[in-house]
Structures are given as C-alpha cells and as structure tokens.
Design a protein around this ligand. Structure first.
Ligand code: UDP
Length: 376
C-alpha cells in the first residue's frame, strides 16, 4: 500500500483513476483547483470505494478513510503554487511515494486564444510540481500526455516512435512537458517517469455515478453525443463527410475511461517495481471507429436515435488517429478490455442519471461536501 498524490484528481480521468487505486488499497491525496473538476466526483468515488464519511479537517481540506485500508484526502489548491504543493505533500504526514499528474488545461480551441494560460498552467505547473517533488524526495511520476502530439500524421496505427509534430498550443505544451521530463530523467538516474499518451478516453464508470462533466459546450464528440441523447443539445454536427475513410467521417481510437484508469495503476506498479526508468506508452485500443460508427453503436446499444447533420470539417482535424498499443502490453501487460458497446452503455448510464453532470456543486467543495463532519 503506497501513498500517492494526484494533481487534478477531481477531473474526468483523475476521478476514475482514484477509484481504481482505492480498490487496490492505496492512500490518495488529491490536489485540484476545481476549474474543470468536481469535489462531488470525489465524494462519489469515496462512496463507491466504501470509504467512511468525509471529514472536513480545514476550510480547504477533506478526508475519507476506511479503517486499516485506503484513504482519500482532497485539498483545494493550484499546482503553480509551491505553498499549495508543499501542503499536499505534507498534509497526511508525508510519505508520498509517487505523483500522477493530471492537472492541466486540455481544450484545443481555447489554447489558440489563450496560449499564455496554457503554457503557464501546463508547463509552469509541471516545473513547480517537479521542484516540489525534489523538496519532498519523490522521484516517481506518471504524466498525462496525449496523442495530439502526433499531429496530423497519416500513419495507421501510430507507434510511440512516430515523429512529434503538434499543431496547436495545447499540443506544444504537452510536447514541452515530455521534453522537460526527459531532460529531468537524464539529469538524475533516480527518476521513474511514465509518459502516457492517451488516445480518446470516453465512457464512464458502469455505476453511472461518475463520468465526464465538461464545462459548457463539449468540445469532444462523445460527451456531445451523450448530451444530444439526453436532449440537452438538439443534434450532433459531424465535422466532415469527405475524409479519406470508409464512410467519409473521422476515425478515432476510443478507449473506455476505466481501461485508461487501470493503465495508470499498471504504470504505477511497473515504475515502483522495476529499476528507475522512463516509459513512453500509447494508451489506446488499437481499433479505429468512425464518427458514424460510434453514433450507430450508441443508438443500437441504448435503443435511441441520435439526430445529426454532416457539416464542414473542423480546422486542425485529421482523418484517422489510431494507437499502436503493443508497447503498453509488452511493458506493463496492459490492453483495453472494454468494447465500444461497453463505452456507449456506460456513457449513457452516466448521462441519463446525471443530465446536468455534477450540477451546481462544480467548483464548490464546501457545498459539494455538505454533510462532511468537521474535525478540529
Ligand atoms: N467530431 C464531430 N463532431 C463533434 C466533435 C467531434 O464530428 O461535435 C469528430 C471530430 O472531427 C473527430 C472525432 O469526432 O473526427 C473525435 O473528435 P474529438 O474532438 O472527440 O477528439 P479528437 O479530435 O481530439 O481526436
């Protein structure tokens, strides 16, 4: 049982990863500023993991624990703040042995209009985190990277050795952090670092209690499609029907968020069990589905009809993006286990049970944790 810090652990992928790690008995500390995550998500994670009630230890800090087992401590804070990071490392008495770094901004369009913000949060935030890890003698890090690094390549499937050619500020910040972590690992052979390049994480925990809750209009296909199914949006716009693909719509590698969360658990296990090293791995299924195939699977699985209209291509999109995931299987025995139908079923279970996502609790940890017991 190890103690792990998750930055951005209240977001979509972070919250599902918290659940997977709690189920294997880890002690977790989450630092999140709730800019795109929800304290309510973690309240539900604690409930799903069978932890005891939340206890509010200070205005900014809550804990839920199970006697003799896992625990989840939530701290409101910013990864760019050395003070907040020091608090996160110290808050449960120290002893954090690894960090999973999810905190970051991820909307491509927004990154083009607010590049400084993206460089600050994604790159400066990581520099601050590495400094804090140095102060607290922690040298194990799992970083949320992205297939966006591969840009608009024609290669199918894409191996980790493909050239990195990001095409927007978001992608540049991910490439910069990968470079930074490579330099850090080279400077000191004690580091254990995994760069996990996600393809298209979608779906939700099968309970329907936690899932993706984007701020405002979803940028990505799957949450948009879920909101159309739920009647929150009128119809789906399919970006381009003339791509060089079998049905003319874009092909992507969709992976179930629980498979992705389990991938983080495996990466952590491998980093902690093996000698120091740097792992660079694609996390994807290796299968590509077009927009229309995803729409049809969602309709068939859930007995629904999704209205859609084919419109112009979205600038910056590529025809096909599919992972070659063999290296992840070889290095850590991981591959996706859940199907496209599982994704559609679980995504809809979440959306239909939570039409407004986590609702008004977003960004309001105190409100979200009403019922938390106050301790000294
Ligand atoms: N897409 C679409 N309509 C939308 C959002 C996305 O047709 O409202 C398409 C997009 O062109 C791409 C696929 O769905 O072919 C996946 O897009 P998403 O933004 O989810 O992921 P990414 O482009 O980052 O792989």
């Amino acid at each position: 049982m190890t103690k792990v810090l998750l930055t951005g652990g209240a977001g979509f992928i972070g919250s599902h990863t918290c659940l997977v790690l709690l189920e294997t008995g880890h002690q977790l500390v989450v630092i999140d500023d709730f800019s795109n995550g929800s304290a309510e998500a973690l309240r539900r994670v604690a409930e799903l993991a069978g932890l005891g009630p939340w206890r509010q230890a200070s205005a900014e800090h809550w804990t839920a624990a199970e006697p003799g087992g896992g625990s989840l401590t939530l701290l409101r804070g910013d990864v760019r703040s050395p003070r907040d990071l020091d608090r996160a490392f110290a808050i449960t008495g120290g002893g954090i042995s690894a960090v999973l770094h999810f905190a970051g901004l991820k909307a491509v369009g927004e990154s083009m209009t607010q590049p400084l913000r993206y460089w600050d949060v994604n790159v400066t935030g990581t520099v601050q985190l590495l400094e804090a890890m140095g102060r607290h003698a922690c040298q194990t890090l799992v970083f949320s990277s992205s297939a966006t690094l591969y840009g608009t390549t024609d290669r199918v499937p894409i191996p980790e050795t493909a050239p990195l050619q990001p095409i927007n500020p978001y992608g540049y910040t991910k490439a910069a952090v990968e470079r930074l972590l490579t330099d850090v690992a080279t400077s000191d052979p004690g580091w254990r670092i995994a760069l996990l390049r996600y393809f298209n994480p979608v779906g939700a925990h099968p309970s329907g209690r936690i899932g993706e809750d984007p701020n405002g209009l979803p940028n990505n296909l799957f949450p948009f499609l879920c909101q159309v199914a739920g009647g929150r949006r009128q119809h789906l716009e399919v970006f381009g029907g003339d791509w060089p693909t079998p049905d003319g719509t874009g092909v992507r590698d969709y992976l179930h968020v629980m498979d992705l969360a389990e991938g983080h658990g495996r990466a952590l296990d491998v980093l902690q069990a093996e000698p120091p090293q740097m792992l660079t791995l694609n996390l994807g299924s290796g299968h590509g589905y077009s927009v229309l195939e995803l729409v049809r699977s969602f309709e068939t699985t859930n007995g629904l009809t999704l209205p859609y209209a084919v419109v112009e291509r979205r600038p910056g999109d590529s025809a096909v993006s599919v992972a070659d995931p063999r290296e992840a299987e070889r290095r850590m025995g991981w591959r996706t286990r859940r199907s496209l139908a599982d994704i559609c079923r679980d995504g809809w279970a979440w959306q239909s049970a939570n039409p407004q996502g986590y609702g008004s609790n977003e960004g309001q940890p105190t409100g979200a944790l009403i019922g938390a017991q106050q301790v000294s």
